[in-house]
Design a protein around this ligand. Structure first.
Ligand SMILES: C[S@@+](CC[C@H](N)C(=O)[O-])C[C@H]1O[C@@H](n2cnc3c(N)ncnc32)[C@H](O)[C@@H]1O
Length: 300
């Protein structure tokens, strides 16, 4: 029996360590759900590379950390694996569970949730994540907790953003940033999408959490927003406006500029995007790490 059948609609299970993150992703999840088609197309090459490396097999027990709307869960189930997703965002969990009814999706904090206290039945064989592991307040504690839920010899494979220039976080945002109060300089290691950019930091976190055979491979793919022949401007715009910067900009600027002023500003964002088209499309390099490791057969 699936966990959700035992519990009904999943209730949030977790402590307070990542409470701000939980609130942020509960709201931010709505944008990911609405734009799932765009994210899956744009991040498709990253998923393909990750799944080629991880290669889930029939009967394997697979855990997806920060599963979002369930892209990897769907792939794991399609491969015949038994899939469990964990995500701190209720919005994401609801969408993932609806999309992949055969998976069990927990609304919990992967940093401190007892992930064995569920449907794993003796430990996971494979842990996956697509951009879902960079948000922990204490990443070493989180990866130690995740490892505790794994069978000896289990494999870990995830993709995260690499340090250096990354248009995913800059293209089309300067028009909005120019109108907002200067944003505080972000600590590169602070929980957030870029927190795993530095390879030495990632290696140290995983080794300290007890993982062995840690390997990072630089993977460059192309993030292409031109879906089905479009130029990708509207797709990229949707992603920006539904993200944290877009929501902040709208909340602060629309009341000041009025509806028409806000619409004019959005048009400026479109212009910014149009001025950076590559071969007629919004398209740029996506610089990531593909990270792999193993749970030692004997505890270190
Ligand atoms: C960038 S999104 C990626 C979602 C999904 N993996 C994908 O690629 O579409 C990051 C995800 O990590 C989840 N997340 C952040 N902190 C988490 C935590 N402490 N425990 C579980 N999930 C978390 C967020 O709710 C969000 O769904």
């Amino acid at each position: 029996m699936h966990l959700r059948e035992l519990l009904g609609r999943p209730a949030y299970r977790g402590g307070v360590a990542n409470e701000e993150m939980r609130k942020g992703w509960s709201v931010g999840g709505a944008g990911w759900v609405a734009n799932q088609r765009i994210f899956d197309a744009v991040l498709g090459p990253c998923s393909d590379r990750l799944l080629a490396e991880a290669a889930p097999t029939p009967g394997q027990r697979v855990l997806d950390i920060g599963c979002g709307t369930g892209t990897l869960l769907e792939a794991a189930v399609a491969a015949g694996a038994s899939a469990v997703g964990v995500d701190i965002s209720d919005t994401m969990v609801e969408a993932a569970q609806e999309r992949v009814p055969a998976a069990d999706v927990l609304n919990a904090d992967a940093q401190d949730e007892d992930l064995l206290d569920g449907p794993a039945g003796g430990g996971f064989d494979l842990v996956l994540s697509r951009f879902g592991v960079m948000f922990f307040d204490d990443p070493t504690a989180a990866f130690a907790n995740i490892r505790r839920a794994c069978a000896p010899g289990a494999r870990l494979a995830f993709v995260c953003w690499r340090e250096g220039e990354n248009a995913m976080f800059t293209l089309g945002t300067s028009t909005l940033l120019d109108r907002l109060e200067p944003q505080p300089e972000a600590d590169p290691a602070a929980p957030g999408p870029l927190a795993f950019g530095n390879p030495e930091r990632v290696r140290r976190i995983l080794v300290d959490a007890g993982w062995s055979g840690v390997d990072l491979t630089a993977v460059d793919t192309v993030a292409d927003f031109g879906l089905g022949g479009t130029d990708g401007v509207e797709e990229r715009l949707q992603v920006i406006l539904s993200g944290s910067l877009g929501r902040l900009a709208r909340a602060e600027l629309e009341p000041r500029l009025g509806e028409q002023g806000w619409a004019a500003l959005v048009e400026e964002v479109r212009d910014e995007l149009r001025s950076h088209l590559v071969d007629g499309q919004v398209r740029f390099p996506a610089r990531t790490w593909l990270v792999t490791a193993e749970n030692p057969a004997v505890d270190p």
